[in-house]
Design a protein around this ligand. Sequence first.
Ligand SMILES: *Cc1c(COP(=O)(O)O)cnc(C)c1O
Length: 498
Amino acid sequence: MLYTSTRDKSIKVTAAQAIAQGISEEGGLFVPCEIPHFSIEKISSMVSMSYIERAKIVLKEFLTDFTDEELDYCVNGAYAAEKFSSEKIAPTVNIDGNKNILELWHGPTCAFKDMALQLLPYLMTVSAKKTADGKTIVILVATSGDTGKAALEGFKDVDHTKILVFYPVDGVSPMQKLQMTTQEGENVAVCAINGNFDDAQSAVKSIFTNGEIKDELAKKNMMFSSANSINWGRLVPQIVYYFSAYCDLIEMGKINAGDEMNVVVPTGNFGNILAGYYAKMMGLPIKTLVCASNSNNVLTDFLTTGTYNKNRDFYTTTSPSMDILISSNLERLLYHMSGEDDKLVSNLMNQLAENGKYSISDKLLADIQGIFSAGYTSEDSVDETIKAHFDKYKYLCDTHTAVAVKVYDEYVNETGDDIPTVIDSTASPYKFSASVLSAVLGGNAPELDEFEMVGELNKVTGADIPKPLASLKDKKVRFENVCNKEDMSQMVFKLLDL
Ligand SMILES: *Cc1c(COP(=O)(O)O)cnc(C)c1O
């Protein structure tokens, strides 16, 4: 299996090269040249398997340059039972009838990013051995909150790696901030930027493709890579849990092998939902992928009108990990759905960089709409949804999951399409305690510090407090740097001692 770039099809690299490099030199994203196919028989055979076994079967098809021993080492290490608070790793929970929640936040940082970022450091070190012998890999991360912590936790003290994380100074929850600023490990650094996630992501992308900086790094035997979902190694582990959820629905007696399911994803950078698209293309019977956004509804507009326009107000919401106006992974979808038209993709991405917008043809839009549906949720409805779900089902959602639940309820009302559905739950409610508590209490959150808030949420709802969050209370803050977005490349030099 080889990989190519969304902006230049003549490029061909192995999975290891794609993962070690992170992003293609001309700025495109790596995509598989062909998509492997799973028959219903093969999918059925996975029903009786553990998450680890399911993962190996799916990953093997994409990582053909990894030996079986390498793959075993990576997957067994990433999804070791002691790192997850559920033995199922990613359990599917039935809420009511055909409504199921796929809980993706049982990992060490309590967000779905762990599903990929526990595996990525293993994939990266094996890839680097194959392709970049002896070089230290410098992972540069822009985060809207959860990627940063999950990447820090995954890469801390991993040999031959360093990791630098940039987060928007006012764009993450207090718990997310504390998780990052208290990070332990000798090879880690964290810096806040005066700007939003899009500023951080754009600066990181331009640092990656800056020849001068690359040369400086090379002199010190270092190279950059990415732990954002622009890296194929971040996306491929996410394909697994769609297969796993489908198998769970069979196991739970909700569907028979071959039946269709719908999938609903609270979306920001379009990585999670794109993994669902790959699963569908591989033969997993997914009918519709519902893309759920918060008030930053650039994707809802794109999927309804065919025009992507990031020139709009940016809202800071209670679901900060979705406060994104440039959804990087849409580029991969456009590549696949346009019949691998690299010229078109480069052209659209240039328009996005220059004018902040582009439009696609009616034909391409219609094809995309054949697979994707989209909706968004206002802040008030997020709170109402958390409360309504808790009151009715005693099920506590975080703010991001609530966006998806609300968009799904509206989707069913509008279309009547209520076949068995999996709604991705992307974070523990305790990462956003203040918002969740005030929603549950109907808008009257008490004035408490972060950990009192956690205790109060536990008292009111009875939901278990994840250990990794409770233990932050006694940790020391290590990183208090703040820089302007223009100064990020200088900060990189400083943090790396260049
Ligand atoms: C990252 C994140 C999202 C958005 O996922 P994308 O893959 O960027 O679309 C949604 N919810 C939470 C809690 C997240 O951390």
